[in-house]
Write a protein that binds this ligand. Sequence first.
Ligand code: SF4
Length: 327
Amino acid sequence: MSTAKNSDFLLEIKDLKKYYPVRGGFFRKKIGDVKAVDNISLELKKGETFGLVGESGCGKSTAGRTITRLFKPSDGKILFEGRDITNIRGRELRNIRQDIQMVFQDPYASLNPKMMVGSIVSEPLVNYGRGSEGKLKEEVMNLLTKVGLPEDAYYKYPHEFSGGQRQRIGIARALALKPKLIVADEPVSALDVSVQSQVLNLLKSLQKEFDLTLLFIAHDLSVVKHMSDRIGVMYLGNLVEVADADEIYRNPKHPYTKALISAIPQPDPRNKSKRIILSGDVPSPQNPPKGCPFHPRCPEAMPECSEKRPLLKEVNNNHRASCLLYE
Ligand code: SF4
């Protein structure tokens, strides 16, 4: 059983859903839902890094954007520091955005190409009236230095930087308001492998310095491995396994997690583990399979898996999995 108290949590997600209506016919009547996020519950402890992983289309980015309230949840609850922020709007929502920031996958698309870097990074401070008049430039220069950019970056435009440097600008902008939570959505997947680890190391050191809680979204388990205290694996809008990072790599329970881990390249050729190849693609979230959503692809599926839906349950200390093998 977890020993964490509610006051240890910065963020609590309860039965969160994000559905998109599907319309059809002459009158564009609702004929179904795309269940992008389907009933996920998780908690983030203050100061931890939680890695959220899964194949593309599993709903992890939608979950991130719903948690930050960029998207409106369809159902469920989001508690931030114990406060229900699920349906807040207007000024309340604007205020909470100071504490919850996002870093996006494509740094170029998320930066205004017509603005100088100094203006991009100072924009949140100006919008929230947080930068003191004479000190704003100094504060922004300080942030640029902290993310490893030269001070003259202040006067340059995004196109004058490499992909890794642009992501550093995005990180500086996200840090400007000194948020408590950063949701980083695939922050290194658009970058060259050679600069990925630099940006990951930067995020790690800034997390300590700024006392941040980090929700780190990635499709690649090897990327979240070095970043995360705990990891949640998503499949078809559901969380299928949650455990401490070491535990999930050493002792994966869910067959989907086992397959993802088997795909991580091993640096030591003597450590050859057999790669589990999953058949087929992720099914449509508009029409998820009955029973366990993973059963059409599961190498360990049993007859009852196509009928009964497993629940996310504790299978070990602080280790939860949704699989009928453990019920
Ligand atoms: Fe596989 Fe069945 Fe477990 Fe689903 S419930 S993951 S199909 S063994």
